[in-house]
Design a binder for this molecule. Structure first.
Ligand code: G3P
Ligand code: CA
Length: 276
């Protein structure tokens, strides 16, 4: 009798599981954290309001932005340390004043329909998107811009965005000293260390050291393994991997169990059901 009941119960569970729809996050999408790299930069010119708006429309969880500083000390979003690749200008970001850099066209290189897009300021971005979408702030080449950590701190603090549990601001950098400095200035904001391929053999001791000030270890996707994901979690950090540009890459990272995917194409991340 007991055996019959057990068989019946197991059969019922099996049948029910066939009809169970995977749980979805409140945005109706998968729970994998979806970070739009430089905005939805597969669809619009990177680090422009057009790319951030596209990411918002696509319901990404975060926009990732690269922050640098102009000659007159203003924070702007641009990836390269020169304006050459993504604008119609030439020269180093740090040699331009804000007024000069905002006269450049940061959209036409991507497509004529984006002609006239400007390089946005950091303040403009956080004013537009705070509370609407998460913001993953990368301090880009901070060694070139002394005082950049303080400027970011000031902008966030003025807007009360430095408080605990705001939940949707993260600061990261490849420059780990800068991450440490920023964490001291903004202890309530989660911070991440970015790790290029040279960190493929990161040790448990190094991860434990990062965890003294960082909440995230965010590696190049090419060094992500099951073992790395487990060790990052064991160290008490989360792991967001970059930069996904194909569905296959997203699928692989999903299988590895990362917490977030940083991608030019947010649509690749949302094709995954929630992992149980
Ligand atoms: O957020 C991670 C990723 O942006 C790091 O690489 O060169 O695109 O800034 P990069
Ligand atoms: Ca970046």
């Amino acid at each position: 009798m007991i055996r019959k009941l057990t068989v019946l119960a197991l059969s019922a569970i099996f049948i029910m599981s066939m009809f169970t729809v995977p749980a979805l996050a409140s945005n109706g999408q998968s729970e994998m954290v979806n970070v739009a790299h430089r905005g939805a930069s597969g669809h619009a010119p990177e680090n422009t309001m057009a790319a951030f708006e596209k990411a918002f429309e696509m319901k990404a969880d975060y926009i990732e932005i690269d922050v640098q500083m102009t000659r007159d000390g203003r924070l702007v979003a641009i990836h390269d340390t020169t304006v050459n690749r993504t604008t119609n200008g030439n020269g180093f970001v740090g040699d331009y004043t804000l007024d000069e850099i905002q006269q450049l066209d940061a959209g036409s290189w991507f497509g004529e329909e984006f002609a006239g897009e400007q390089i946005p300021t950091f303040e403009e971005i956080i004013d537009e998107y705070r509370g609407k979408i998460g913001i993953l702030i990368e301090l880009k080449s901070p060694e070139l811009y002394p005082g950049m950590e303080e400027k970011v701190t000031e902008a966030l603090t003025q807007r009360n965005m430095h408080k605990p549990n705001n939940g949707k601001i993260i600061i990261q950098s490849f420059n780990h000293e800068s991450v440490q400095q920023s964490k001291e200035l903004l202890p309530n904001i989660p911070h991440g260390v970015l790790a290029g391929v040279t960190w493929a053999d990161v040790t448990d001791e190094q991860l434990a050291q990062f965890a003294t000030y960082a909440d995230f270890f965010n590696p190049n996707m090419n060094i992500v393994t099951d073992d790395l994901v487990n060790r990052v979690h064991f160290a008490g950090m989360e792991i967001y991997a970059y930069t996904v540009r194909t569905q296959e890459q997203a699928d692989n990272l999903f299988e590895r169990g990362v917490d977030g995917i940083i991608t030019d194409f947010p649509e690749y991340v949302y094709r995954h059901p929630v992992k149980n």
